[in-house]
Design a protein around this ligand. Structure first.
Ligand SMILES: O=C(O)CCC(=O)C(=O)O
Ligand SMILES: [Fe+2]
Length: 292
């Protein structure tokens, strides 16, 4: 799928764009199946350790993790893309349909940026008021989690829910056009957030996004995640891409080519190599790979 010229102009003017119907349910299903297996493996391990009383096997993807998490928070430990390193997720990072959209904004030499997350936003009733950066992400610009050497890099965020993201399930809000101001000061306490004194006086847009659609954001676009008032888990994946050769803003973590018109052989297609790249980072930092 190609973006229309109107969509590209909208993105360039507003600093965000919601693109409907990029990926079908069938195309997202391998990622969901893999997450369901991962949840099941984690649940069985915790059950064997006596930390879970019930496995909730019959519950759907949208619910089971919440039921398990209510019994044992440890189920969420290290549950992110670079920790569980699933093959279906790796294929998803380089999926042709997604990259066709990315190419419309960044050209045909594309690398996957190491800043990427899987988010399981729990129903607010259950999450309680324990501070959790992933549950209620405060206003921020994504450039705030990159190193300043990437200031000149265009790093674009592609956010996609695995369930319908609505005002009720906890979609994002974005501030249109504010990206033109560039970097706004952030502070780190309570999660990386725009310094409240510097928060722009813009009217936010509710970025509701059905499953299979994308929210695309400029790295200077202020956005936040709103609370999940529903009973389901708001699963989402946020990925970033940049032009191959540009600073990623995380030079100590792996970036890798996902598409290249000039050197197609440079594209990383080997999931073992991808895992090795991430595992090497952890070894260098003296950390072990977290798999609960
Ligand atoms: O998923 C959310 O609620 C916020 C996500 C976010 O800030 C991002 O993907 O950059
Ligand atoms: Fe963000």
């Amino acid at each position: 799928m190609q973006l229309t010229i109107e969509q590209i102009i909208f993105f360039q003017t507003e600093g965000y764009l919601i693109v409907p119907n990029v990926l079908s349910d069938d195309e997202l299903q391998p990622v969901i199946d893999e997450l369901e297996r991962e949840i099941d493996d984690r649940a069985r391990k915790l059950f064997a350790e006596g930390k879970l009383q019930a496995l909730h096997e019959g519950e759907p993807f949208e619910r089971r993790y919440a039921s398990l998490h209510a019994q044992c928070r440890e189920i969420g430990k290290g549950f992110d893309i670079q920790h569980y390193l699933g093959e279906a997720m790796f294929r998803h990072l380089g999926s042709e349909k997604l990259l066709d959209v990315v190419e419309c904004l960044l050209g045909s030499e594309l690398s996957c940026n190491p800043i990427q997350h899987l988010r399981a936003k729990l129903p607010a009733k259950q999450a309680g008021d324990e501070p959790d950066y992933f549950q209620n992400v405060p206003w921020h610009q994504d450039c705030a989690v990159t190193t300043p050497d990437s200031e000149a890099s265009e790093i674009i965020t592609f956010w996609m829910p695995l369930v319908d993201a609505t005002a009720e399930t906890g979609c994002m809000e974005v501030m249109p056009r504010v990206f033109k101001q560039g970097y706004i000061n952030h502070r780190a306490e309570g999660g990386t957030m725009i310094d409240p004194d510097k928060l722009p006086d813009a009217v936010p847009v509710l970025a509701e996004c059905p499953k299979g659609s994308l929210v695309i954001m400029n790295k200077y676009t202020p956005h936040r995640g709103i609370g999940n008032r529903s009973n389901i888990v708001r699963w989402s994946i946020d990925l970033r891409y940049h032009k191959t050769g540009a600073n990623s803003g995380r030079s100590f973590q792996p970036s890798f080519p996902v598409r290249s018109a000039s050197h197609p052989e440079s594209v990383l297609t080997d999931v073992h190599e991808w895992r090795r790249l991430w595992q090497t980072v952890k070894e260098e930092k003296g950390q072990k790979l977290h798999r609960v």
